[in-house]
Design a protein around this ligand. Structure first.
Ligand SMILES: Cc1cc2nc3c(=O)[nH]c(=O)nc-3n(C[C@H](O)[C@H](O)[C@H](O)COP(=O)(O)O)c2cc1C
Length: 215
């Protein structure tokens, strides 16, 4: 059983870590943060060094109300909170492959390396071209992460890879809210109002099982 603990500033509940990687949808990560906060999550933002040029750290931090971390603190600095769930979106080819292999050469990968080994629900939405998605290393990585219990929302019911060099068009349709719905299915927390209503009238709808369980 994992205990989700606060730091020196006090105990916090329903902490959601959001890991943002370096791909076009990163510029609209605020959409996810805003909705997550409105669904009751305390959002803890982690961005890869490659994601930094894609986003506005200051406004993202303002939306989450907390720091945006992209690198390790110094020894003795306050630790980040252990989250109740993690969303990795957009998840790049690079991060998915390194994560699956256990490579931890930046802060985001270090967090994923360690916390995938805990009983923390993790949801990833890749954003990759069709050319990258057909590569055997990528397919092996997705399979390996799923085997570790990571919900990778790729394929039917999730996101489809886009044709090469069309990322600008596809970025606008990035399915941020799918990640939140999936996290709610896995944790039983943070349902949108309509889902909550559905869960009340549909036995099993909020059972913690996911539509992607068998993918
Ligand atoms: C403008 C631009 C768009 C990119 N789009 C993607 C993308 O859609 N998917 C992807 O996997 N990588 C994309 N990349 C490449 C990643 O940013 C690169 O592989 C980087 O090393 C990823 O680092 P990260 O996984 O640590 O975020 C893009 C890079 C740039 C500069």
């Amino acid at each position: 059983m994992i205990h989700h603990m606060g730091d020196e500033s006090g105990s916090q509940s329903h902490v959601l870590s959001v890991v943002v990687c370096g791909a076009a949808p990163a510029s609209s990560a605020g959409t996810l943060v805003r909705e997550a906060v409105s669904r009751g999550w305390t959002v803890q933002l982690i961005v890869t060094p490659s994601a930094l040029p894609f986003l506005d750290v200051e406004s993202l931090g303002a939306l989450s109300g907390g720091p945006v971390r992209s690198q390790y603190g110094k020894p003795g600095d306050p630790r980040s909170l252990l989250p109740e769930a993690i969303i990795v979106a957009p998840a790049t080819f690079n991060t998915i492959n390194q994560w699956a292999l256990g490579i931890a050469d930046n802060y985001a990968l270090g967090i994923l390396a360690e916390q995938t080994g805990l009983e923390i629900p993790v949801v990833a939405i890749p954003f990759v071209s069709q050319a990258l998605a057909v590569r055997p290393p990528f397919q092996r990585s997705v399979k390996a992460l799923r085997a570790e219990g990571v919900s990778v929302l790729l394929g039917p019911g999730g996101i489809e890879p886009h044709p090469v060099h069309t990322e600008a068009e596809y970025a606008d349709a990035f399915p941020w809210l799918l990640a939140l719905d999936e996290v709610s299915g896995m944790t039983g927390f943070g349902f949108a109002d309509t889902e909550l209503a559905l869960a009340r009238v549909t036995p099993g709808a909020a059972s913690g099982h996911s539509v992607w369980d068998n993918v």
